[in-house]
Every structure is written in C-alpha cells, then in structure tokens.
Design a protein around this ligand. Structure first.
Ligand SMILES: NC(=O)CC[C@H](N)C(=O)O
Length: 393
C-alpha cells in the first residue's frame, strides 16, 4: 500500500533524502548503488548478486506491471533495500499476481519512495557507491546522528564474502532439454533461474552445487564442464572459489563464467580485481566483442572488475597459458570478458542470460555448448573452432 508515512535515506557522507515508507518498515543498511534499467525491476530485485546493496532505480515509475511468480530469478527479493521515485498506485498487467509493494513487504525488504533519484544518482556518480541506510517506522524517529552512526558502522562492500548467504544449501539438478550434449557443474554463487534454463536448453544436464563444495566433490562428479555464476560480494574475498577453479582448470574441464565467475577466472589466471567507482548496473551497457568486432547491448550488474591488459595476448601470471581480454566496455574500457587460448576457458563480466535485458549475448551459451562438444569429441584438448566463435544469433 502506498502511504504517506515518512522514511529517510541516509548516505555515509551525511547526506539525507526524505521520502515515504515503501515495502517493509524498519532499518536496512547496505551499499547504495543505482540501476538504469527502465524495465525488469522484478528480475533486478530477485538477482542474488544484489545481496547487501540498496538498489536505486533511475527509472522514475516503478511497479506499474506488478509482480508474478514466473519472472522471479530466484526464490526471493535479495536487495538490502530499494529506492524509487514514484511507485505505481495501480498495478496493470494481465500477468500481475501481486503488487511490488506486497512482495517487498513479504520478503521483509525496507524501501523508500518519493526520492529524487536523479539527484542521488548524480551524487553517487561523482562521489562513488557508498554505504547507506533506509529508516522508516520507529527507526525514522531516531536522531540524524544515530542514523548516520548506524550507517557508518555498517560493512563496506569491499572485502565482503556473501556467496554463502545466497548459495543453495543442497545440490539439485536441471535436466538437459532436447539432444544431450553433456553435463555441467554449476557453482551457485548467486545463480539466476534463466541461466540454468539456458544451459539446460543447450543440451546440458545441469548439476547445481553449493558454494562450499570441495574440489574432490566436483571431480568425483566428472562433469563435462564447469560454470561459475554471477553473485554478490568482493571477488578478492572468494579465495576458496579461486582455488577450486584453478584445480578444476588443471584437470582440463572446460569452463564458462559470468560476472562474478569472470572476476574469479581473472583471479585464478593470476590477475587482480578492483572496485569500480560506481559500477555498471542496467540493461543497455554497450560491449565490444573484440573477436568479431560486434557490439552487444548487455545486461550488467557489477561493482568490481578484472585488472588485465586490454590489448594483445598475454601470459597468464598463474601459468595457465595465453590469455586475452575478449570484450571491453565501450563506456569506460573496463574488461568485460576474458578468453584463454591454451585451455578451454572463457568468461564475461555481464549477464548473457539477459534477465532483464536484450538477448544480444545469447551466443555465449552456444559457444559454451560448442566448447563442451569439441572437448568430448577430442578429449586431448581441442579448442573451440573458429566457426563456433562467430556464431551470433
Ligand atoms: N553480478 C555479479 O556477479 C556481481 C559480481 C560482483 N559482486 C560485483 O559487484 O562486481
């Protein structure tokens, strides 16, 4: 229900933005970030990579089409908090089952509306993503000093390991659809439902594994391929997943990673990762595929990036052979993809499952399928063929 109850968004640098309570009431803390997608709020909210973040939508009208059970990318809303300008007073869509406000409340997500999201975005764009808090209900009554103190006592995103918060507790399977190509072990670091479906639709039997799985457990499964999903947190704090990846790569299993999985491949290869000032979050981020010269409009949600040379082929500092940056952001030249030339491994920094977003990057799932097929046909290490590389849909 849209109310006039007050709420306040407090940034760690002391800025305060007064608004109205939205969703659950109370206090929430997290990293304030902005997302520029004009559609797809439900997919954004249920993307586990947003755990620990207070997400602000730059699109002014949110909630117009309500929510349904089919567009969820995971079991619940993961954002730590939600900031919008004008929540829709009416829900109007034939697929709507509930209002967004209902789900925010059910999932206990504290939000705020009536915020000049443009002003906050401009501020974050120049000052950088920072810790923030939303205070409503009884928490609104606290003094400004107490609220700011709470925000400043909150955890910084840098250094946080959040995979165990979002990962599945138990293994589960998604069976291959159509002609079976092989099996893929998916390390669930915050995986989205669409990703699993796209892998299964490429003929892969999907085995989803908790993030705490050991190397031996993965190798025991003898998967035809390994996949690392997107996920929240700082890649630098995920050393166990980097170690796991190194061991599996050494055993020759083909690898594809997206977003967090790109950062972890970067680290496994021996490159560093660093925090971007305010990150890339939205569904119209232009990326150049250097291999084909094509530009993709991509769906993105990341605050960290891989530090690797943009030009040419370099040796992996960790001894995995030759590597090249395959994709770059056309906005700021950030590394958006990595390709290994001597082992079967590649990854992208964006979300090819495009939930929400344009489907330009779907070819990457085909590229992965080709890689798995090539490896099965020539177990001694056939690299993907040139024809599969340019296989855009
Ligand atoms: N969507 C993701 O996988 C995000 C990766 C990482 N948590 C980042 O913010 O950069």
């Amino acid at each position: 229900m849209i109310t006039t109850e007050p709420a306040v968004l407090v940034l760690e640098d002391g800025r305060r933005f007064e608004g109205r309570a939205y969703g659950a009431r109370g206090r929430t803390l997290g990293e304030a970030v902005f997302a520029t997608g004009m559609t797809g709020y439900q997919e954004t909210l249920t993307d586990p990579s947003y755990a620990g973040q207070i997400v602000m939508q730059t699109a002014p009208h949110i909630g117009n089409t309500g929510v349904n059970d089919t567009d969820k990318e995971s079991a619940k809303i993961w954002v730590a908090g939600y900031v919008v300008r004008d929540p829709s007073r009416v829900v109007s869509n034939f697929r709507a089952q509930r209002s967004l406000d209902d789900d925010l409340e059910t999932d206990g997500v504290v939000g705020i509306s009536g915020i000049d999201t443009r002003a906050v975005t401009r501020h974050i764009r120049s000052a950088g993503a920072m810790r923030a808090g939303i205070f409503s209900g009884a928490e609104y009554e606290l003094s400004a000093t107490e609220q700011l103190g709470a925000v400043r006592a909150g955890a910084e995103m840098a250094g946080q390991k959040l995979s165990s918060v979002v990962s599945t507790r138990e293994r589960y399977q998604v069976p291959a659809v159509g002609e079976r190509v092989g099996s893929v072990a998916v390390l669930d670091l915050g995986v989205k439902t669409s990703t699993l479906n796209y892998l299964a639709e490429r003929g892969l039997d999907v085995e989803v594994l908790p993030e705490s799985v050991t190397v031996d457990e993965v190798l025991e499964l003898a998967p035809d391929a390994l996949f690392y999903s997107n996920g929240p947190g700082d890649p630098e704090a995920s050393e166990s997943h980097v170690e796991l990846l190194r061991e599996v790569l050494k055993s020759g299993v083909p690898y594809f990673g997206i977003c967090f999985g790109n950062q972890l491949l970067g680290r496994a290869l021996g490159f560093g990762t660093y925090k971007l000032p305010f990150g890339h979050r939205g569904i119209n981020q232009p990326v150049l595929d250097k291999l084909t010269g094509r530009v993709e409009i991509t769906s993105q949600n990341h605050g960290f990036a891989v530090d690797a040379p943009r030009e040419g082929v370099v040796d992996s500092p960790a001894g995995f052979g030759r590597v090249e940056v395959s994709h770059v952001s056309l906005n700021d030249d950030v590394v958006e993809g990595i390709r290994c030339l001597d082992i079967d491994a590649f990854s992208v920094q964006y979300h090819p499952e495009a939930a929400a977003g344009p489907h330009d990057s779907m070819y990457l799932f085909d590229r992965f399928r080709e890689m798995v097929l090539a490896r099965r046909e020539s177990p001694d290490g056939q690299l993907p063929t040139a024809s599969s590389e340019g296989d855009h849909e």
